[in-house]
Design a protein around this ligand. Sequence first.
Ligand code: C2O
Ligand code: CU
Length: 457
Amino acid sequence: MLALLLSCKAPLPQRLVEEFRGSYPVAAAPNGTVREFELVAAPAVLPLAGNPKLEVWAYDGQVPGPTLRVKLGETLRIRFVNHLPQPTTIHWHGVRVPNAMDGVPYATQPPVEPGQSFTYEFTPKDAGTYWYHPHVRGSEQQERGLYGLLIVDDPAPAPWSQDVAWVLDDWLLGQDGQIFPEFNTRHDLMHDGRWGNVVTVNGQVAPTLAARPGERIRLRLLDSANGRVFVPDWGSLAATIIALDGNYASRPVPAGGFEVAPGNRVDLDVRVPRQPGSYPIYDRFIAQRPNLLGTLVVAGEPVITPDFASPAAGRVLEWREALAAPVDREIHIDTRAGGPYGIQWAFDGQPYMNHADGHVMAPLATLIQGRFHHLRFVNDSYRLHPIHIHGMFFRLLARDGKPVDEPFFRDTVLLHRKESVDLGVVPEDVGLWMMHCHILEHAEVGMMALLRVNPGT
Ligand code: C2O
Ligand code: CU
């Protein structure tokens, strides 16, 4: 009774922190097993995007790169070797890693020069779908094919009949069928980044996924495109969202109409129909120009549908009052003239720059570990901006001031034209974390910033 009385009197941000406790683990729990990987980034020629000989840049000669897969509690040790003609780094998107492993040039490590190597080591704190990609000149390096999945399995995964990943991308190919070699064009920078003319799933145009009637599939989607947003249309298929950006939802969410923006991962529970046949899945982000993503082909002897509750977040965080907490920081997004390309994108009018001497720009905001923060992003422009924050998960609280009830955390949220979003976050990992637009062309011309998380008291 006394505790209740006290907690009612506690100030709102403190109550929100109390409610947050246990939403996801604060610290990693390494079990002592170290899984060693080697990743080599180098040019390659591969059959991709409809071209039998597409000249790409690849991790270990594959696009997407090899899927790094571990169980929760295992430690990854990845020896990365750069055989590209440019410096690079690897960022583990969505994974709450120690700051020094985050792969942000100058802020957390020097870039890995051609011929050099760097060893990344960390123990993921969460089971889910993550991915890795360069954090140097992403608009070129990722577009050329550098990205892959990092999947952290639950200690005892649910008995899906298949666990499948679909990495969504698009490629801008020139007349010669090769990757159009001009990056960061004025058009890309003024619009929503570089949108390609060939849409692929795992590098292939409209692949098929074979299943028997009655199967139950965990389908992991990643949008690895530079700028394209996808809205998969599941047609008559029963598909529900069970996790977003690596975090389990506290309850399943209908998948219809859900926007998958660059950087987002969406994990789906798909119940394969009993009726044999072909079930096409279209992207309908642009209603008049749908793209066939792939086709589920159902054939063969029926199986008994596995019956289990789809995995869900153990703790339901409602944060109903969070929107009422005072805004700690309101950040405006807009474009302006200037910089090496003539156009810049910026948070609060400050385009991000790396200095050759290695010093980084002052943080845009300072947050405190273990405290609740209410952030508001205001898009003053008419373009799309998927905002990604490193090193922490946040809850989307509102769009244009209207409360949004999403039963999951995110690491990336799409802002539409002239839209504002309110986010709630309790950062747990100390350090200098990057936040940026995941339209890589926007990031390249300044739409990046650092957030400092200082230790709490
Ligand atoms: Cu995919 Cu800095 O992020
Ligand atoms: Cu942007």
